[in-house]
Ligand binder design. Structure first.
Ligand SMILES: [Zn+2]
Length: 298
């Protein structure tokens, strides 16, 4: 076993927050109007983006299957139209768990690797995730980008390679000036980067930078996790990604091992970012493993 695999084993202690093991009876779905026909639903798991209007309903991600009834009730309040499309930003269960319910009502659209990973056994936090049932799989897949013309605007899904996973898309509501970032944006907290699903910390920073370069200053930004944001919050998140990654890179160059890097921690400026589901120690492990891995690439 090489040293990197030892590092992996410590990451396995993360809480299984992306799995449907919690009690959903107390979860309430809260709807927030974002702009034009676009809304955001907060519940448990990844934030849901919604387009509700004359053409019906389109959702981006669908949290967990046990929440489907509550999500349907929340959608009904936003528009009487039928559910027409489901987009998945990536394969994780806290974003696609509802597929087995909503996939019976509307076609699911996602990047090719989302279907690949949902259709086969995956490992996350050291736990095996069984393949999803057929009705939960995307039926329309794409490699680079795909547009749905819906409720008066182009809703464009753009694949961002090797970032949170290898199958992520960001979704632009081009007329409403809104972007759903999926899990390439945790607003105000360190993100999870799924290195075992082809994710990469530097790739995530590149993806965020690319989105920012396309984003008008007054755009609204729906994060995968955390409250609704704007370009300013996305920029400060990018600065966190870049600066904390640079700190770890420099320490690796000095010959420090992970234990020493963790013992030294991060400057106080970044302390608040460890208050989410990824703590500071876990973030340092993820960055360390991601950088150690990319430096071995030819
Ligand atoms: Zn995720």
């Amino acid at each position: 076993m090489n040293r990197c695999s030892l590092v992996v084993s410590t990451i396995l202690l993360l809480p299984p927050a992306i799995e449907a093991q919690q009690d959903f009876s107390k979860v309430e779905i809260q709807a927030i109007h974002v702009a034009g026909p676009v809304h955001m639903l907060l519940g448990s798991g990844g934030n849901i983006g919604v387009s509700a209007g004359a053409d019906g309903i389109l959702i981006v991600d669908d949290q967990f299957a046990p929440l489907a009834e509550k999500i349907r009730a929340a959608l009904k309040k936003l528009g009487e139209g039928k559910l027409k499309f489901v987009l998945n930003t990536h394969w994780h269960g806290d974003h696609t768990g509802g597929n087995q319910e909503f996939g019976r009502e509307a076609p699911i659209i996602a990047h090719t690797n989302v279907r690949k990973r949902l259709a086969t056994r995956q490992t996350i936090f050291g736990k095996e995730i069984e393949p999803s049932p057929r009705e939960a799989l995307p039926v329309i897949t794409f490699d680079d980008s795909l547009s749905v013309h819906f409720n008066g605007e182009e809703i464009r899904a753009l694949h961002v390679a090797a970032s949170h996973t290898d199958g992520d898309s960001v979704i632009f509501f081009t007329g409403s000036n809104v972007v759903h970032m999926g899990d390439n944006f945790f607003n105000g907290t360190f993100p999870f980067v799924d290195l075992d699903s082809g994710g990469d910390v530097l790739g995530m920073a590149r993806a965020v930078e690319d989105v920012l370069s396309k984003l008008p200053a007054d755009a609204r930004v729906i994060p995968g996790h955390g409250p609704l944001a704007g370009a300013a919050e996305l920029r400060s998140y990018l600065r966190m990604l870049r600066e904390t990654t640079e700190i770890v890179r420099k320490r690796i160059a000095l010959g420090w091992d992970l234990e020493r890097i963790k013992a030294e921690g991060l400057p106080g400026e970044w302390a608040g970012w460890g208050g989410g589901f990824i703590k500071t120690d876990q973030w340092l492990e993820i960055v360390h493993r991601s950088l150690s891995r990319s430096s071995r690439k030819p």
